[in-house]
Design a protein around this ligand. Structure first.
Ligand code: MN
Length: 634
């Protein structure tokens, strides 16, 4: 065989291809009988040493060389042999005119769905960095690929940031070894590099396509057949997609919900469904705990205090744990103009906002601030489709296996908000099949309300799950706890009303409705259960039962009034805007449902505001029947 120096134009007919290994290529990328471009890096008596890449080099023996060489010269070689110890020997390749073709390292990628099968073996993973957490030991990069999210531990020095150039949002290639760490699988990183240009685009596209596919909600049949609800389903599917995508992208979720029975029936199923989906997506067992937080909101709107706290926690989590900023999910809350300042606070940062609610919305005010908005009023339906009913279906779209634990929940939600939906019968029947008669459901609703009051600003995760009997808790304890709380709640309501009823002022309005007024500041115990809204509601219920007529009840304090009405066509949001205009310096604000709500004003204008309010109530038309009974929702 004739051997000629590289580049010599030989007898070949056409152009040959010479391969040029990328710097990161390894011996595995070198094939036999293929010409490679090499560079001479050393000359010795018995031959020359050549480099094909950073880690591929070998000897070309003088016996196969012709001519003279210098360090830095190019030489076309092919593999001659590989010794047992891995040393490679090359020989010059016989090529004529040639074109160069670069060879990239063959990273056969292992999906994060196959980590368990590869424990202890070196693998390559490609994905997007979704979180970078510096611990006292290694730096933990959470990397999302088409299949899930895996923590990758890279160690530089204790507490020192490894790969400081790599940031959240980068597409990276990780070479490392999956290892079990406590109950989770983590990759111990040997090498980590950011993909550039086309490589990054290609990987990102592959991951995005997979996430698009996986974000799709499950196609679940609603628990009951309900035409009115059908109108909301496409919107709920949109929210389910958004939430699943948020989990797949490793972004945290913050849930804020109205601190009442319906609010908890909405938030807890969605929280649990998301926790289970997070556990499925993330190899890190702790991920559900870190990535979703649920908190009650005391006001029927998103308060500035809550928004600034949420934002502060989010920014701290980003700083301390390298998390992305969260998505805010507002439940049974968040549809009105009163939410706007808090929402606008968040828009200064990358925090998407989603609301699922059934309070009378101001779509013009919040529409542009929300990434998705589900509300029955947007579909000519009303509060009777409660948020709890919507969110049980939402939870099932996110994680359908939760279904069997939730069949009684829409009935609790409906009773909590006094929904007069025609679907209530079906929901009650569904709950009955699970062993919940109406009394037990009512007790659960009372117990939730009672717990929400005393939990104040805490989520009470386990306690609420035990009361709602989701997540397979101890049934005996659930029953005893529910009875205990429900009984306590009723006793405390009785005590409150014993004092208050004697101070009730009654008036027959011109339109034929009864008006009852109670000064809850002076004639009810403060800072205890039931709060002013609930106290007013309980008085109201007793008066409806007693009179059988249309009733309006106003519970007022120094600078607020709570309104309840039955059989009267009130429009509280509209009344509030009118009062705002008619009483300059009254500081009037508020809202809520059409016939149930609350109003705030300045103390010095109380008489004027309440007088004007009563006048408006007197002008209101009566309902044909007592069928429009209001949701209890303060
Ligand atoms: Mn509600």
């Amino acid at each position: 065989m004739t051997r000629e120096p590289a580049g010599d134009t030989g007898a070949d007919d056409g152009d040959s291809v010479v391969y040029d290994l990328d710097a990161d290529c390894t011996a595995e990328d070198v094939s036999e009988n293929q010409p490679y471009l090499a560079e001479i890096n050393g000359i010795v008596d018995y031959g020359v040493f050549v480099d094909l890449s950073e880690s591929v080099s070998g000897l070309v023996h003088e016996s196969v060389l012709e001519g003279t060489f210098a360090v830095g010269d190019e030489l076309i070689v092919e593999l001659e042999s590989v010794r047992d110890n891995g040393d490679m020997a090359f020989e010059p390749a016989d090529v004529g005119d040639y074109t160069l073709e670069s060879v990239s390292h063959d990273y056969s990628l292992t999906g994060t769905n196959r980590l368990d099968a590869n424990v202890g073996e070196q693998i390559h993973v490609e994905g997007e960095v979704v979180q970078v957490k510096q611990t006292g030991g290694p730096t933990i990069f959470h990397v999302a690929d088409e299949y899930g999210v895996v923590p990758c531990a890279a160690f530089e020095e204790a507490g020192v940031r490894a790969y400081p150039q790599v940031a959240v949002g980068d597409v990276v290639r990780v070479t490392g070894t999956p290892e079990h760490r406590e109950d989770s699988v983590q990759i111990e990183v040997d090498g980590l590099s950011t993909l550039e240009a086309e490589d990054a685009d290609e990987a990102r596209e592959r991951i995005d396509d997979a996430i698009d596919e996986r974000a799709k909600p499950h196609d679940v049949e609603p628990l009951i057949d309900w035409p009115a609800f059908e109108k909301l389903r496409p919107n709920l599917e949109e929210v389910a997609t958004l939430l699943r995508r948020t989990v797949l992208e490793g972004r945290p979720i913050r849930v804020r919900h109205h601190a009442d029975g319906d609010g908890m029936c909405a938030a807890v199923p969605v929280q649990i469904a998301l926790e289970r989906f997070i556990a499925e997506v993330h190899a890190d067992e702790q991920a559900p705990r870190h990535l979703i937080k649920r908190l009650p909101a005391k006001a029927p709107f998103y308060e500035m205090e809550d928004a600034t706290r949420d934002l502060n926690f989010a920014l701290e989590d980003r700083e301390k744990h390298g998390q992305q900023l969260p998505l805010l999910l507002m439940l049974d809350n968040g549809s009105t103009a009163e939410d706007v300042p808090a929402y606008e606070t968040l828009t200064h940062y990358d925090i998407p906002i989603v609301a699922v609610d059934h309070h009378h919305p101001d779509p013009d005010a919040v529409g542009d601030l929300l990434d998705a908005h589900v509300n029955p009023y947007l579909h000519d339906e009303d509060y009777r489709i409660t948020t709890g009913m919507c969110c049980v279906e939402l939870a099932r779209m996110i994680y359908p296996d939760i279904t069997d634990e939730l069949r009684h929940v829409p009935a609790v939600a409906g009773l909590s908000d006094r929904s007069k939906a025609d679907a209530m019968e079906d929901y009650l029947e569904l709950a009955r099949e699970e062993g919940y008669d109406k009394q037990r459901l009512q007790d659960v609703s009372e117990a939730l309300d009672y717990a929400a009051f005393w939990l104040r600003y805490n989520s009470g995760d386990q306690l609420i799950q035990d009361l709602l009997q989701i997540d397979n808790g101890d049934e005996q304890r659930h029953r005893e706890l529910v009875s205990f709380f429900a009984d306590r709640a009723r006793e405390e309501v009785d005590d409150q009303l014993d004092a208050a009823m004697a101070h009730l002022e009654h008036e027959d309005l011109d339109n034929g409705a009864h008006l009852y007024r109670i000064d809850v500041e002076n004639y009810a115990h403060r800072f205890t259960y039931p709060a002013p809204g609930k106290t007013t509601g309980e008085i109201h219920d007793r008066k409806i039962e007693e009179t059988g007529d249309p009733v309006i009840t106003v519970g007022y304090g120094p600078d607020f009034a709570v309104l309840r009405s039955d059989g009267v066509r009130l429009d509280i949001p509209n009344m509030v805007s009118e009062l705002e205009a008619e009483i300059p310096g009254g500081g009037v604000s508020g809202g809520g449902h059409l016939v149930v709500g609350s109003i705030k004003f300045v103390k010095g204008k109380r008489e004027e505001v309440i007088d004007a309010l009563v006048e408006k109530m007197e002008d209101a038309e009566l309902d044909d029947a007592l069928s429009s009974a209001a949701p209890i929702d303060d």
